[in-house]
Design a protein around this ligand. Structure first.
Ligand SMILES: *Cc1c(COP(=O)(O)O)cnc(C)c1O
Length: 389
């Protein structure tokens, strides 16, 4: 795999040179004021990106998966019921984690390619007059299928049902790339990681936690030590940690926030939308379709492309890696082989994206699929020319 080529996987994403430099800090004492100077702006920046005022941000050495564990273990107790929809590999894995933690998960199954079913969630909440459901879990952007869900709609459903459950949202592949509004959507815990929209190396779980979720810690009895928010609160306020923090990653996070805000968050979202729309035009020109069943469900950070009958998406991914040194994402779980995924989040530009689309076309031609060389690239070029700012 050539390290000269960008990757087109939905995380880890391509790393800007600026961030590579920012991460490279000399050893410093994490109990000294020098660390607080790095840490404090990173926390403040994450608060702005998540759009939250009250509550706390926690930056933990881990990954998005660790962020899920922190979210549930700090707010829930063994035997608690949580409500979650399954419509892809990531929503599935969060459900699996809850079950392994001894939670009772009321699962709503939805077809892969659809989003979280708001009406079914509302019905389940209306049926729960005794308020046994302690938390509603939602995956904002299902990275396995390239589907976005209506998080504001789920909040509305919770309010309409007058249900007091916590609202825990996986924003791992949407935060800092697609509009995300923690306060506006009434989210109690938002989870993300460092290696997607923030364009950093993997290694951080990043969480926004509402006052209501912080209050739930008092009665939550799931075991937790490394991820205990109480230890973070005790030490973070003075600019410190309960253990040795990954200083370089936190320095990189502060720089990533600066870069995103220098571009402007609205522009960041618009750039992701444009690049994604070009990808969608290309797919249509190839005579293929995205896994997301309707246009409003299409993610702006990743597209799962449904491959023609009799073809295997994994063949394309393997060929791209072997022959052209380019990474695309394989299909996961139920859609393994049936899709290949194009990641389009992070530091991408039109020009980089066109290179990815051209590579996908070469692979399809090599494999004897019917898409014509240049057809998708031309469709994306037309769209990018018409919409360039
Ligand atoms: C990548 C991803 C995760 C898992 O994050 P890790 O950092 O790999 O643990 C969880 N949810 C979604 C939606 C993701 O895209």
């Amino acid at each position: 795999m050539s390290s000269q080529n960008p990757v087109f996987i939905p995380g880890p994403t391509n790393m800007p040179e600026e961030i590579r430099k920012a991460v490279y800090v000399p050893t410093l004492d994490h109990r000294s004021p020098a660390f607080a100077k790095i840490f404090t702006p990173a926390v403040a920046g994450v608060k702005r990106i998540l759009r939250m005022k009250a509550g706390e941000v926690f930056i933990l050495p881990s990954t998005g998966t660790g962020g899920w564990e922190a979210a549930i273990s700090n707010t829930l107790s063994p035997g608690d019921t949580v409500l979650a929809a399954r419509f892809g590999m990531f929503s599935h894995r969060w459900i699996d984690m809850c079950q392994r933690h001894g939670l009772h998960v009321q699962v709503i199954e939805a077809p892969w390619g659809q989003g979280a079913p708001v009406a079914a969630i509302e019905a389940a909440l209306n049926n729960d007059a005794g308020h046994k459901i302690k938390a509603v879990l939602a995956t904002h952007n299902e990275t396995a299928t390239g589907v976005r869900s209506d998080i504001a709609g789920i909040r509305k459903a919770m309010d309409a049902a007058g249900h007091p459950a916590l609202f825990l949202v996986d924003g791992v592949s949407s935060v800092a790339s697609m509009p995300f509004d923690m306060d506006g959507w009434g989210i109690d815990i938002a989870v993300t990681g460092s290696q997607k929209g923030f364009m950093l190396p993997v290694g951080l779980a990043i969480l926004g936690v509402s006052p209501k979720a912080l209050a739930a810690m008092q009665s939550a009895r799931l075991p937790r030590t490394f991820f205990d928010f109480a230890d973070q609160i005790r030490t973070n306020a003075a600019g410190g940690y309960p253990y040795t923090p990954p200083v370089g990653l936190i320095a990189g996070l502060a720089r990533a926030v600066e870069m995103l805000e220098e571009e402007g968050m609205e522009q960041v979202f618009a750039r992701h939308h444009r690049i994604a729309e070009g990808v969608r035009r290309a797919i249509a020109a190839w005579g293929l379709r995205p896994c997301a069943v309707t246009p409003d469900l299409c993610s702006d950070t990743v597209t799962a492309v449904v491959v023609p009958e009799g073809c295997n998406g994994t063949d394309l991914v393997q060929l791209a890696a072997r022959k052209y040194g380019v990474a695309f994402g394989v299909g996961l779980g139920e859609v393994a082989g049936k899709v290949f995924r194009i990641g389009h989040l992070g530091m991408l530009t039109d020009v980089l994206m066109l290179a990815g689309l051209a590579t996908a076309e070469m692979c399809m031609a090599d494999l004897g699929w019917s898409a014509r060389l240049g057809s998708g690239v031309a469709a994306a070029q037309d769209y990018y020319r018409d919409t360039a700012v």
